[in-house]
Design a protein around this ligand. Sequence first.
Ligand code: RP5
Length: 173
Amino acid sequence: MSTPPASPAPMVGVVMGSRSDWETMQHAAQKLEALGVPFEVRVVSAHRTPDVLFDYAATAQARGLRAIIAGAGGAAHLPGMLAAKTAVPVLGVPVQSKALNGMDSLLSIVQMPAGIPVATFAIGNAGAANAALFAAAMLAADHADVAGALDAFRRRQAEQVAGNDDPRIPVGN
Ligand code: RP5
């Protein structure tokens, strides 16, 4: 019996403050999967498991991660704290909180002090998807397969919009 081929080392980390963030962050994972970008997924909480956060950040670069997509809601300190502890670019996704609709998450992530940047995306599913597309764009210069997949995605998207440009006609007709 032959051993299955080893899966490629992850180039992108998708992390989130709680399992409850997965509903949002799965949209990042789906995009990375579709583009063929090797990634890993972890729950890493800035408040509940700070030591795990520090370890994740401290080892990220040596493990080959080239971007970390970090989603959190409410007092969303995860992206900023990761950015403080690693040179790997951090892409922050504000999760839509129940109490304040994600405005708390957005402001917590976007208002970083000068010197420690976090690239901040839109609140919710669109932000998660776009963070993945952005991470793929960062990788594209050195990975022709990812560049090709991104290009194909954009062409398909444009065709879908152009092919259904009368909003009165249901999609698929
Ligand atoms: C944050 O608190 C998480 O990122 C999550 O968005 C929010 C709520 O977490 P749970 O109470 O659902 O675990 O740390």
